[in-house]
Design a binder for this molecule. Structure first.
Ligand code: NAP
Ligand code: GLV
Length: 306
Protein backbone atom coordinates (compact mmCIF):
# COMPACT_ATOMS: atom_id res chain seq x y z
CA UNK A 1 0.00 0.00 0.00
CA UNK A 2 1.37 3.44 -0.97
CA UNK A 3 0.66 6.53 1.08
CA UNK A 4 1.55 10.01 -0.07
CA UNK A 5 1.92 12.98 2.30
CA UNK A 6 1.31 16.53 1.08
CA UNK A 7 0.82 19.09 3.84
CA UNK A 8 1.87 22.68 3.37
CA UNK A 9 3.12 24.56 6.46
CA UNK A 10 3.87 21.27 8.25
CA UNK A 11 7.25 19.60 8.75
CA UNK A 12 6.95 16.33 6.85
CA UNK A 13 9.59 14.17 8.54
CA UNK A 14 7.90 13.57 11.95
CA UNK A 15 4.63 12.71 10.17
CA UNK A 16 6.36 10.35 7.75
CA UNK A 17 8.13 8.59 10.62
CA UNK A 18 4.91 8.34 12.64
CA UNK A 19 2.86 7.02 9.70
CA UNK A 20 5.57 4.45 8.86
CA UNK A 21 5.62 3.25 12.48
CA UNK A 22 1.81 3.02 12.63
CA UNK A 23 1.51 1.28 9.23
CA UNK A 24 4.57 -0.96 9.00
CA UNK A 25 3.35 -2.65 5.80
CA UNK A 26 2.89 0.62 3.94
CA UNK A 27 5.24 2.64 1.76
CA UNK A 28 4.93 6.25 2.99
CA UNK A 29 6.57 9.12 1.09
CA UNK A 30 6.29 12.87 0.85
CA UNK A 31 4.65 13.90 -2.44
CA UNK A 32 6.56 15.80 -5.10
CA UNK A 33 5.40 16.51 -8.66
CA UNK A 34 5.58 13.37 -10.79
CA UNK A 35 5.53 11.00 -7.77
CA UNK A 36 4.01 7.53 -8.38
CA UNK A 37 0.28 7.01 -7.76
CA UNK A 38 -0.64 6.34 -4.14
CA UNK A 39 -3.60 4.54 -2.57
CA UNK A 40 -4.17 7.04 0.24
CA UNK A 41 -3.16 10.64 0.86
CA UNK A 42 -2.58 12.59 4.05
CA UNK A 43 -3.05 16.26 3.20
CA UNK A 44 -3.39 19.84 4.33
CA UNK A 45 -3.91 22.53 1.68
CA UNK A 46 -2.28 20.61 -1.18
CA UNK A 47 -1.95 22.27 -4.60
CA UNK A 48 -4.43 21.37 -7.37
CA UNK A 49 -1.55 19.65 -9.19
CA UNK A 50 -1.50 17.05 -6.41
CA UNK A 51 -5.05 15.86 -7.20
CA UNK A 52 -4.56 16.24 -10.94
CA UNK A 53 -1.67 13.76 -10.74
CA UNK A 54 -2.90 11.44 -7.97
CA UNK A 55 -5.80 9.78 -9.79
CA UNK A 56 -5.91 6.42 -7.96
CA UNK A 57 -6.56 7.60 -4.38
CA UNK A 58 -9.07 5.65 -2.31
CA UNK A 59 -8.79 7.85 0.79
CA UNK A 60 -7.87 11.51 1.29
CA UNK A 61 -7.18 12.23 4.96
CA UNK A 62 -7.27 15.89 5.94
CA UNK A 63 -5.11 16.67 8.98
CA UNK A 64 -7.66 19.15 10.31
CA UNK A 65 -11.38 19.19 11.09
CA UNK A 66 -12.35 21.86 8.54
CA UNK A 67 -12.35 20.82 4.88
CA UNK A 68 -13.38 24.15 3.32
CA UNK A 69 -9.95 24.73 1.71
CA UNK A 70 -9.76 21.14 0.45
CA UNK A 71 -13.20 21.23 -1.12
CA UNK A 72 -12.25 24.27 -3.23
CA UNK A 73 -10.03 21.90 -5.26
CA UNK A 74 -11.14 19.48 -8.00
CA UNK A 75 -10.96 16.13 -6.24
CA UNK A 76 -11.04 12.63 -7.67
CA UNK A 77 -14.66 11.44 -7.33
CA UNK A 78 -13.72 7.89 -6.23
CA UNK A 79 -11.74 8.98 -3.16
CA UNK A 80 -13.33 9.15 0.30
CA UNK A 81 -12.54 12.48 1.91
CA UNK A 82 -12.04 12.08 5.66
CA UNK A 83 -11.67 14.86 8.24
CA UNK A 84 -10.01 14.60 11.65
CA UNK A 85 -12.66 13.44 14.05
CA UNK A 86 -11.72 15.09 17.35
CA UNK A 87 -8.24 13.52 17.72
CA UNK A 88 -7.62 15.68 20.79
CA UNK A 89 -9.22 18.84 19.39
CA UNK A 90 -12.51 18.92 21.26
CA UNK A 91 -10.95 19.26 24.71
CA UNK A 92 -8.78 22.13 23.44
CA UNK A 93 -11.83 23.82 21.95
CA UNK A 94 -13.76 23.38 25.20
CA UNK A 95 -10.87 24.93 27.15
CA UNK A 96 -10.61 27.88 24.76
CA UNK A 97 -14.33 28.70 24.63
CA UNK A 98 -14.94 28.21 28.37
CA UNK A 99 -11.92 30.44 29.06
CA UNK A 100 -13.26 33.15 26.73
CA UNK A 101 -16.79 32.98 28.15
CA UNK A 102 -15.63 32.99 31.76
CA UNK A 103 -13.07 35.76 31.17
CA UNK A 104 -15.85 37.90 29.72
CA UNK A 105 -18.52 36.95 32.27
CA UNK A 106 -16.24 37.43 35.30
CA UNK A 107 -14.72 40.62 33.79
CA UNK A 108 -11.19 39.31 34.17
CA UNK A 109 -10.09 41.61 31.33
CA UNK A 110 -11.18 44.56 33.49
CA UNK A 111 -9.30 43.19 36.51
CA UNK A 112 -6.16 42.72 34.36
CA UNK A 113 -6.37 46.39 33.33
CA UNK A 114 -6.93 47.47 36.97
CA UNK A 115 -3.91 45.51 38.20
CA UNK A 116 -1.71 47.25 35.62
CA UNK A 117 -2.62 50.61 37.16
CA UNK A 118 -2.34 49.37 40.76
CA UNK A 119 -6.10 49.62 41.31
CA UNK A 120 -7.81 47.34 43.89
CA UNK A 121 -11.52 47.36 43.10
CA UNK A 122 -14.36 44.85 42.97
CA UNK A 123 -17.01 44.43 40.31
CA UNK A 124 -20.51 43.36 41.24
CA UNK A 125 -21.23 39.65 40.73
CA UNK A 126 -23.28 39.05 37.59
CA UNK A 127 -25.96 36.44 37.08
CA UNK A 128 -25.36 33.53 34.71
CA UNK A 129 -29.04 33.70 33.81
CA UNK A 130 -28.23 37.01 32.05
CA UNK A 131 -25.49 35.36 29.94
CA UNK A 132 -27.12 32.65 27.81
CA UNK A 133 -24.47 31.20 25.50
CA UNK A 134 -25.48 30.07 21.99
CA UNK A 135 -23.30 27.54 20.21
CA UNK A 136 -23.74 27.50 16.41
CA UNK A 137 -22.78 24.03 15.20
CA UNK A 138 -23.29 21.03 17.46
CA UNK A 139 -20.89 18.67 15.74
CA UNK A 140 -17.80 16.97 17.13
CA UNK A 141 -16.45 20.22 18.58
CA UNK A 142 -19.63 22.23 19.22
CA UNK A 143 -21.32 19.51 21.24
CA UNK A 144 -18.26 19.12 23.47
CA UNK A 145 -18.14 22.90 23.97
CA UNK A 146 -21.86 23.07 24.81
CA UNK A 147 -21.48 20.29 27.40
CA UNK A 148 -18.43 21.96 28.94
CA UNK A 149 -20.30 25.29 29.28
CA UNK A 150 -23.14 23.50 31.07
CA UNK A 151 -20.66 22.31 33.71
CA UNK A 152 -20.22 26.01 34.62
CA UNK A 153 -24.02 26.34 34.77
CA UNK A 154 -24.41 28.82 31.91
CA UNK A 155 -27.74 28.57 30.11
CA UNK A 156 -26.73 27.03 26.76
CA UNK A 157 -28.54 27.12 23.42
CA UNK A 158 -27.39 25.02 20.48
CA UNK A 159 -28.13 25.43 16.77
CA UNK A 160 -27.51 22.80 14.13
CA UNK A 161 -28.82 21.88 10.69
CA UNK A 162 -30.71 18.82 11.90
CA UNK A 163 -32.42 18.67 15.29
CA UNK A 164 -30.08 17.41 18.00
CA UNK A 165 -30.69 16.56 21.66
CA UNK A 166 -27.85 17.41 24.03
CA UNK A 167 -28.63 17.09 27.71
CA UNK A 168 -29.14 20.47 29.36
CA UNK A 169 -28.87 22.36 26.06
CA UNK A 170 -31.85 24.11 24.48
CA UNK A 171 -31.86 22.92 20.92
CA UNK A 172 -32.71 24.93 17.78
CA UNK A 173 -32.35 23.69 14.24
CA UNK A 174 -32.49 24.82 10.66
CA UNK A 175 -33.08 28.21 9.09
CA UNK A 176 -36.61 28.34 10.53
CA UNK A 177 -35.35 28.48 14.14
CA UNK A 178 -32.24 30.61 13.58
CA UNK A 179 -33.78 33.94 14.61
CA UNK A 180 -35.25 32.41 17.79
CA UNK A 181 -31.82 30.96 18.60
CA UNK A 182 -30.18 34.38 18.18
CA UNK A 183 -32.84 36.15 20.24
CA UNK A 184 -32.28 33.68 23.09
CA UNK A 185 -28.49 34.24 23.04
CA UNK A 186 -26.15 36.84 24.50
CA UNK A 187 -22.76 35.17 23.97
CA UNK A 188 -22.52 33.68 20.47
CA UNK A 189 -19.96 30.93 19.74
CA UNK A 190 -19.36 29.93 16.11
CA UNK A 191 -18.38 26.30 15.52
CA UNK A 192 -19.90 25.83 12.09
CA UNK A 193 -18.08 24.45 9.07
CA UNK A 194 -17.52 27.04 6.34
CA UNK A 195 -19.95 26.24 3.51
CA UNK A 196 -21.94 28.38 1.04
CA UNK A 197 -24.79 28.33 3.61
CA UNK A 198 -22.67 29.56 6.52
CA UNK A 199 -20.32 32.10 4.87
CA UNK A 200 -20.97 35.61 6.33
CA UNK A 201 -23.50 34.11 8.77
CA UNK A 202 -22.38 36.61 11.43
CA UNK A 203 -23.28 39.92 9.82
CA UNK A 204 -25.13 43.08 10.85
CA UNK A 205 -28.59 41.61 10.31
CA UNK A 206 -27.96 38.43 12.35
CA UNK A 207 -25.71 39.90 15.06
CA UNK A 208 -28.30 42.64 15.66
CA UNK A 209 -30.69 39.92 16.80
CA UNK A 210 -28.47 38.91 19.73
CA UNK A 211 -29.46 40.21 23.14
CA UNK A 212 -28.24 43.73 23.92
CA UNK A 213 -24.65 43.71 25.22
CA UNK A 214 -23.89 40.59 23.20
CA UNK A 215 -20.47 39.04 22.78
CA UNK A 216 -19.03 37.04 19.86
CA UNK A 217 -16.55 34.15 19.99
CA UNK A 218 -15.43 32.93 16.56
CA UNK A 219 -13.34 29.76 16.58
CA UNK A 220 -14.50 28.33 13.24
CA UNK A 221 -13.45 30.25 10.11
CA UNK A 222 -12.82 33.93 9.48
CA UNK A 223 -15.28 34.06 6.56
CA UNK A 224 -18.17 33.32 8.92
CA UNK A 225 -17.88 36.89 10.23
CA UNK A 226 -18.33 40.19 8.38
CA UNK A 227 -15.61 42.06 10.24
CA UNK A 228 -16.83 45.62 9.53
CA UNK A 229 -20.29 44.70 10.82
CA UNK A 230 -18.84 43.44 14.10
CA UNK A 231 -16.88 46.68 14.54
CA UNK A 232 -19.97 48.81 13.76
CA UNK A 233 -22.11 46.92 16.28
CA UNK A 234 -19.42 47.25 18.98
CA UNK A 235 -19.21 51.00 18.22
CA UNK A 236 -22.99 51.32 18.49
CA UNK A 237 -22.95 49.56 21.90
CA UNK A 238 -25.21 46.69 20.80
CA UNK A 239 -22.28 44.29 21.19
CA UNK A 240 -19.72 44.69 23.91
CA UNK A 241 -16.82 42.75 22.42
CA UNK A 242 -15.42 39.63 20.85
CA UNK A 243 -12.80 36.93 21.16
CA UNK A 244 -11.58 35.93 17.70
CA UNK A 245 -9.27 33.06 16.77
CA UNK A 246 -9.87 33.10 13.01
CA UNK A 247 -9.88 35.89 10.42
CA UNK A 248 -10.80 36.54 6.82
CA UNK A 249 -7.09 37.03 6.10
CA UNK A 250 -4.58 35.00 8.08
CA UNK A 251 -2.14 35.93 9.46
CA UNK A 252 -4.18 38.96 10.56
CA UNK A 253 -2.58 41.84 8.59
CA UNK A 254 -0.57 44.47 10.49
CA UNK A 255 -2.67 47.59 11.02
CA UNK A 256 -5.96 45.66 11.08
CA UNK A 257 -8.32 47.39 13.58
CA UNK A 258 -8.77 44.14 15.57
CA UNK A 259 -5.15 44.19 16.78
CA UNK A 260 -5.51 47.25 18.99
CA UNK A 261 -9.25 47.21 19.69
CA UNK A 262 -9.80 47.37 23.48
CA UNK A 263 -12.92 45.17 23.30
CA UNK A 264 -11.52 42.54 20.95
CA UNK A 265 -9.21 39.71 21.97
CA UNK A 266 -7.22 38.12 19.16
CA UNK A 267 -5.44 34.75 19.06
CA UNK A 268 -3.57 33.31 16.04
CA UNK A 269 -5.83 30.42 14.88
CA UNK A 270 -4.79 28.27 17.78
CA UNK A 271 -7.98 27.32 19.64
CA UNK A 272 -7.73 23.62 18.68
CA UNK A 273 -4.45 22.48 17.17
CA UNK A 274 -3.85 19.28 15.23
CA UNK A 275 -2.02 16.91 17.57
CA UNK A 276 0.37 14.78 15.55
CA UNK A 277 0.40 11.53 17.55
CA UNK A 278 -3.37 11.40 18.04
CA UNK A 279 -3.96 12.26 14.39
CA UNK A 280 -1.55 9.65 13.04
CA UNK A 281 -3.15 6.96 15.24
CA UNK A 282 -6.61 7.93 14.01
CA UNK A 283 -5.64 8.14 10.32
CA UNK A 284 -3.69 4.85 10.39
CA UNK A 285 -6.67 3.08 12.02
CA UNK A 286 -9.02 4.46 9.37
CA UNK A 287 -6.73 3.53 6.47
CA UNK A 288 -6.69 -0.06 7.72
CA UNK A 289 -10.46 -0.03 8.22
CA UNK A 290 -11.06 1.34 4.70
CA UNK A 291 -8.77 -1.31 3.23
CA UNK A 292 -10.89 -3.96 4.96
CA UNK A 293 -14.09 -2.43 3.63
CA UNK A 294 -15.25 -1.27 7.07
CA UNK A 295 -17.28 1.87 7.75
CA UNK A 296 -15.36 4.78 9.28
CA UNK A 297 -16.44 7.95 11.08
CA UNK A 298 -15.50 11.38 9.80
CA UNK A 299 -16.25 10.87 6.10
CA UNK A 300 -17.05 14.20 4.49
CA UNK A 301 -20.17 14.69 2.41
CA UNK A 302 -18.53 16.71 -0.38
CA UNK A 303 -21.86 18.00 -1.72
CA UNK A 304 -22.98 19.25 1.71
CA UNK A 305 -19.52 20.72 2.30
CA UNK A 306 -18.67 19.17 5.70
P1 NAP B 1 -18.76 18.94 12.40
O1 NAP B 1 -18.59 17.77 13.30
O2 NAP B 1 -18.86 18.70 10.93
O3 NAP B 1 -20.06 19.73 12.91
C1 NAP B 1 -20.64 20.76 12.17
C2 NAP B 1 -21.91 21.22 12.86
O4 NAP B 1 -22.40 22.37 12.18
C3 NAP B 1 -23.03 20.17 12.82
O5 NAP B 1 -23.76 20.20 14.03
C4 NAP B 1 -23.91 20.65 11.67
O6 NAP B 1 -25.28 20.30 11.77
C5 NAP B 1 -23.77 22.16 11.83
N1 NAP B 1 -24.09 22.84 10.57
C6 NAP B 1 -23.50 22.72 9.36
N2 NAP B 1 -24.10 23.50 8.44
C7 NAP B 1 -25.12 24.11 9.09
C8 NAP B 1 -26.13 25.03 8.68
N3 NAP B 1 -26.21 25.48 7.41
N4 NAP B 1 -27.01 25.44 9.62
C9 NAP B 1 -26.96 25.01 10.89
N5 NAP B 1 -26.02 24.12 11.35
C10 NAP B 1 -25.13 23.70 10.45
O7 NAP B 1 -17.57 19.97 12.60
P2 NAP B 1 -16.57 20.12 13.85
O8 NAP B 1 -15.57 19.04 13.87
O9 NAP B 1 -17.39 20.33 15.07
O10 NAP B 1 -15.78 21.46 13.44
C11 NAP B 1 -16.46 22.67 13.17
C12 NAP B 1 -15.51 23.67 12.51
O11 NAP B 1 -14.58 24.17 13.45
C13 NAP B 1 -14.63 23.10 11.41
O12 NAP B 1 -15.33 22.97 10.17
C14 NAP B 1 -13.52 24.11 11.33
O13 NAP B 1 -13.82 25.11 10.38
C15 NAP B 1 -13.49 24.72 12.73
N6 NAP B 1 -12.24 24.41 13.46
C16 NAP B 1 -11.47 25.44 13.87
C17 NAP B 1 -10.30 25.18 14.59
C18 NAP B 1 -9.44 26.29 15.10
O14 NAP B 1 -8.35 26.03 15.59
N7 NAP B 1 -9.90 27.52 15.07
C19 NAP B 1 -9.95 23.85 14.86
C20 NAP B 1 -10.75 22.84 14.42
C21 NAP B 1 -11.90 23.13 13.70
P3 NAP B 1 -25.76 18.76 11.72
O15 NAP B 1 -25.34 18.19 13.08
O16 NAP B 1 -27.21 18.83 11.58
O17 NAP B 1 -25.02 18.14 10.58
C1 GLV C 1 -8.31 23.93 12.01
O1 GLV C 1 -8.69 25.03 11.81
C2 GLV C 1 -8.99 22.75 11.60
O2 GLV C 1 -9.93 22.86 10.79
O3 GLV C 1 -8.61 21.65 12.06
Amino acid sequence: MNITFCCTNTKAEPWLQGLRAALPGAHVEEWSPGAPSADHAVVWAPPQQFFDEQSQLRGVFNIGAGVDALLKLRLQAQASVVRLDDAGMSVQMAEYVCHAVIRHFREFDGYEADVKTGKWSYRKPRSRADFPVGVMGLGVLGERVARALRVFEFPVNGWSRSAKAVEGVRGFSGAAQFNDFLAATKVLVCLLPLTPDTRDIMRRETLSRLQHGGYVINVARGAHLVEEDLLALIDSGHLCGATLDVFRTEPLPGGHPFWQHPQITVTPHTSARTLREESIAQIAGKILALEQGQAIAGRVDTLRGY
